[in-house]
Design a protein around this ligand. Structure first.
Ligand code: ADP
Length: 492
C-alpha cells in the first residue's frame, strides 16, 4: 500500500506524466476562479458601500443646505428676514451628521471663509482649495482615500430662490469609512476560510480525477506487460477512450504480425527439419539393409554406397540453398552494386548451363533486343537467372527448348525465360515462390529440386526493387518475366 502511494506521488511530481498535468489543470481551473470570485466580490462590495455612503451623506447635506438657505445662514437675505429655524438648530443638525458618519463638516461662504467647522478648528479661516473653488462653479466631487480610510466630498449650497440658482456656499465634508472597512475585514476573513475549504476540495478532486482519468492508460500498460511476461497471448482490449482503443488496436496488429512471423518461422523450421530428415532416412534405410545382409556381395555394397552418396549430395544441396536463403533474408545484408553488361552475364550463365541442357537434348536460345547496362548485384542476379534457366531445363520435355529474351526501356530492363516444358497447374501458380513448395514432390525430388530455388530467386529480385511474374499452361510450357530498375539509386 505504502509503495503504491509512493508510486502515485512520484507520478504526480513528474511533470511529464499525464496524471500530473491533469492534476495541475484541475487545480488551476478550480483555484483561480475561486480567487477571482473572492477578490471580485470584496472589491465590488467596497465600491458599492462607498457609493452608497456618499449618496446618503450628500442627501443629508442637501437637506441641511436647504435649511441653511431658508435660515439666511449667510445673511444674504434682506434685513428683517426671519426664519423658523434658528442657527443653533442647524448647527445641531450638522453636529449630528458629523457624529453619525464620524466626520467633519465645514461650511464655506462665497468669500471662501469657513463659517462653521464641526471640529471648531478652522472657523474664520480662509480655504483656498481647488475642489471648493470648483464646487462654487457647480462641479461637485467625492473622493475616496482608501489608504487613510476616509471619503471627502463637496456639496454646493444653492439658493433656489435666486433666478440663476447661484451657489452661495459650499460644504466640505470628510467622513470616515472605517465601518465599511471593518465589515470588509470580517467578510474577507470568512472568504479566506471558505476559499481554503474550496482549495482543499479542489486538491482532493484533482488527485482523484487525475487518478481516474489516467487509469485506462495504466490498464493498457498492465495488459501489454501481461502479454510481454507471457501470461497471456490474447489480443488486449481497453476501450475506455478512443485514444486507448487506438493504441490497443495498433498493439494488437503488431501482436498479430509478430504471431504470423512466429508461425511462419515455426513452419519454416518444421519444413527444414522434414526436408533434412528425408535424405537421412534414405541413408539409414540403405545402411540398415546392408548391415542386415551378412556377406553381401561387393557390387551390392557399391550400389548402395552410390545411393548413399547421392542422398548426401541432396542433403548438401538443401543446406547450401538454405544458407543462401537465410543470407538473403537478413535485412542488413548489403548489396554489392556494380555496373554490369547484362548481355555478357546472360551469355556466361547460358554457357555454364548448356551442358545440362544437352544431356536432356534441350535447346537453349538467347535473344537480345539491345545491349543492356545496369547497376546490379552480380552474384544475386546470377542466382536469379541460373535458377530460372535451370528450372526451365529441369522441368522440360526431351528435345524441348528454352528461350531467354532480354530487353530494356529507359528505366527498367527485363528478361523473359520461357520453355516448352511441363507447365505448372493453375492451382499451384500462386504458391511456387514459397519455400519448399514443389508442384510434384516426387518428380522434383527425382530431378534434384529442393523447393527453395524460386524463393531465393524472388528474394533476390525484390532486393533489386524489381518484380517477377509467371504465366504457364500445363503441358505446354512456362514463362517467367523479371523486371529490374536499370539504376539502383536508393535501393538496398
Ligand atoms: P525446385 O528446387 O524444386 O526446382 P523451385 O523453387 O525452383 O524448387 O521451384 C518450385 C516448383 O515450381 C518446382 O518444384 C516445380 O514444380 C515448379 N517449377 C519451377 N519452374 C518451373 C518450370 N519452368 N516449369 C515447370 N515447373 C516449374
Amino acid at each position: 500500500m505504502g509503495a503504491k502511494i509512493f508510486e502515485e506521488l512520484k507520478r504526480l511530481l513528474s511533470l511529464r506524466s499525464l496524471q500530473a498535468r491533469i492534476f495541475i489543470i484541475v487545480l488551476v481551473a478550480g483555484v483561480i476562479p475561486s480567487m477571482i470570485v473572492r477578490y471580485g466580490i470584496l472589491d465590488n462590495y467596497e465600491e458599492h458601500s462607498v457609493q452608497h455612503r456618499i449618496a446618503t451623506v450628500q442627501n443629508q447635506l442637501m437637506i441641511v443646505g436647504n435649511h441653511l438657505i431658508s435660515n439666511n445662514y449667510f445673511n444674504t437675505k434682506p434685513e428683517g428676514y426671519s426664519s423658523s429655524v434658528s442657527k443653533d438648530v442647524i448647527n445641531a443638525e450638522l453636529e449630528m451628521i458629523s457624529n453619525l458618519y464620524e466626520g467633519r463638516v465645514m461650511i464655506i461662504d462665497s468669500g471662501l471663509k469657513v463659517v462653521r467647522d464641526t471640529y471648531d478648528i478652522s472657523e474664520g479661516k480662509t480655504i483656498i482649495s481647488e475642489e471648493v473653488i470648483r464646487c462654487f462653479q457647480g462641479e461637485t466631487m467625492s473622493n475616496y482615500d482608501r489608504e487613510h480610510g476616509y471619503i471627502e466630498m463637496t456639496t454646493p449650497i444653492v439658493d433656489a430662490s435666486m433666478e440663476s440658482g447661484e451657489v452661495i456656499g459650499v460644504m466640505l465634508t470628510s467622513i470616515s469609512n472605517d465601518a465599511t472597512m471593518a465589515t470588509l475585514e470580517v467578510l474577507d476573513r470568512k472568504a479566506v476560510i471558505l476559499q481554503n475549504l474550496v482549495i482543499v476540495v479542489i486538491v482532493a478532486m484533482a488527485v482523484v480525477l487525475s487518478m481516474i482519468l489516467t487509469r485506462p492508460f495504466n490498464r493498457v500498460t498492465e495488459a501489454i506487460n501481461e502479454v510481454k511476461a507471457g501470461y497471456s497471448d490474447e489480443s488486449i482490449s481497453v476501450s475506455d477512450y478512443a485514444e486507448t482503443a487506438h493504441i490497443v488496436e495498433a498493439f494488437n496488429q503488431l501482436l498479430a504480425r509478430m504471431r504470423a512471423l512466429d508461425n511462419s518461422r515455426q513452419e519454416f523450421v518444421e519444413n527444414v527439419s522434414h526436408e533434412l530428415k528425408t535424405p537421412m532416412a534414405g541413408i539409414k534405410v540403405l545402411a540398415d539393409s546392408l548391415l542386415a545382409q551378412q556377406d553381401a556381395p561387393a557390387e551390392l555394397y557399391r550400389e548402395f554406397m552410390e545411393d548413399i552418396a547421392s542422398e548426401i549430395d541432396r542433403e548438401n544441396q538443401i543446406i547450401t540453398d538454405l544458407l543462401v536463403l537465410v543470407k538473403m533474408d537478413k535485412k542488413a545484408q548489403e548489396m554489392n552494386i556494380v555496373s554490369l553488361n547484362i548481355n555478357d552475364l546472360t551469355e556466361l550463365i547460358l554457357k555454364r548451363l548448356r551442358p545440362i541442357a544437352r544431356k536432356k537434348d534441350v535447346e537453349v536460345v538467347f535473344e537480345s533486343m539491345r545491349p543492356v547496362m545496369a547497376e546490379v548485384d552480380e552474384v544475386k542476379l546470377t542466382l536469379v537467372m541460373t535458377n530460372l534457366v535451370e528450372n526451365a531445363i529441369k522441368y522440360n520435355k526431351e528435345h524441348g527448348w528454352v528461350k531467354v529474351e532480354l530487353d530494356a526501356d529507359h528505366q527498367y530492363f527485363n528478361f523473359k525465360v520461357s520453355d516448352s516444358g511441363l507447365g505448372i497447374p493453375e492451382d499451384d501458380l500462386p504458391y511456387i515462390f514459397e519455400r519448399f513448395y514443389r508442384v510434384d514432390k516426387s518428380h522434383s525430388r527425382e530431378i534434384g529440386g529442393t523447393g527453395l530455388g524460386l524463393a531465393i530467386t524472388k528474394s533476390a529480385v525484390l532486393m533489386h526493387r524489381g518484380a517477377i511474374t509467371v504465366s504457364s499452361v500445363e503441358g505446354e510450357g512456362t514463362s517467367f518475366v523479371v523486371k529490374i530498375p536499370l539504376s539502383n539509386a536508393g535501393a538496398g
